[in-house]
Design a protein around this ligand. Structure first.
Ligand code: NAD
Length: 261
């Protein structure tokens, strides 16, 4: 059967894909043959160069489209500008760590907007396009924090739980339309988002940054290893394959056993 990973002829839009997991997913989808649309809120030569490098290496069409995922109208415009959207990967995300009674309101609003509301807007814009094509994949990059909680990350955890709930609803609304919706829940992946938290944690616990990685971050992950962006990309490609056609409304953890604890 049916482990069809040829995505030739499909167009994938990956939000927040000029670094980290989103960029890794774009590479793996392109290696599987999909045309890819990269995105972030910036519009630098480096952003466009990332798309050129993917196109030159893999032979697919790769474009970079600037759009700020904190703004609903720009989320919807991204899908319109892409011109096609068979695969939508909602990946854009930010993080802020603070106790809830000290949590800055503007950080709360930004995290909810970028990590959760953007997925509502892009999905709403993409579903008619997928229905017209008769096939679609909505893949939301949630988190182990979409299934469990930990202190000081209230906005992130609320947003990621929201994304998991929305994913299930989208799956039910599209269940008979050759469209699937699933959430991938990574544990820790060493990307700029995680690296940004290391210096403060090192200061707080009077540790070296290396000790923070081993003793604080990987402490939660039974494998004691970071997942890689390529592994997240591979999981995304799997969800686009024929073998995954009946997988919808679920979460796939890529977390070294974290949520099994
Ligand atoms: P990252 O900081 O490398 O990537 C975040 C991406 O989002 C970047 O491309 C950034 O430009 C983009 N982005 C931020 N604000 C944006 C905006 N307003 N509009 C458009 N794009 C915007 O971090 P990452 O670790 O690769 O995170 C990617 C996703 O994976 C996030 O949703 C994050 O919550 C999730 N995640 C990461 C980890 C991890 O350990 N790294 C674990 C679980 C979930």
């Amino acid at each position: 059967m049916a482990f069809n990973v040829s995505l030739t002829g499909k167009t994938a839009v990956i939000t927040g894909s000029n670094s980290g997991i989103g960029l890794g997913i774009a590479w793996e989808l392109a290696r599987a043959g999909a045309d890819v649309v990269l995105n972030s809120f910036t519009d630098n030569d480096e952003d466009h160069a990332l798309a050129r490098e993917i196109a030159d290496t893999t032979g697919v069409t790769a474009r970079y489209i600037q759009a700020d995922m904190s703004k609903g109208d720009q989320c919807r415009d991204l899908i319109a500008k892409a011109g096609a959207c068979d695969i939508l990967v909602n990946n854009a995300g930010i993080q802020h760590v603070a106790p809830i009674d000290e949590f800055p309101v503007e950080k709360w609003d930004a995290i909810i907007a970028i990590n959760m509301n953007s997925a509502f807007h892009t999905t709403a814009a993409a579903l008619p396009v997928m229905r017209a094509a008769g096939w679609g994949r909505v893949i939301n990059i949630a988190s182990a924090h979409g299934l469990t909680a930990s202190p000081y990350k209230a906005a992130y955890i609320a947003a990621k739980h929201g994304v998991v709930g929305m994913t299930k609803t989208v799956a039910l609304e599209t269940a008979q339309e050759q469209i699937t919706a699933n959430a991938i829940c990574p544990g820790y992946v060493l990307t700029p988002l995680v690296e940004a938290q290391i210096p403060d944690t090192a200061k707080k616990y009077d540790m070296s940054e290396d000790e923070v990685k081993k003793k604080v971050i990987l402490e939660r992950q039974p494998s004691k290893e970071f997942a890689t962006v390529e592994q997240l990309g591979g999981t995304t490609v799997f969800l686009c394959s024929d073998a995954a056609a009946q997988i919808t409304g679920t979460t796939i953890s890529v977390d070294g056993g974290w949520t099994a604890l």
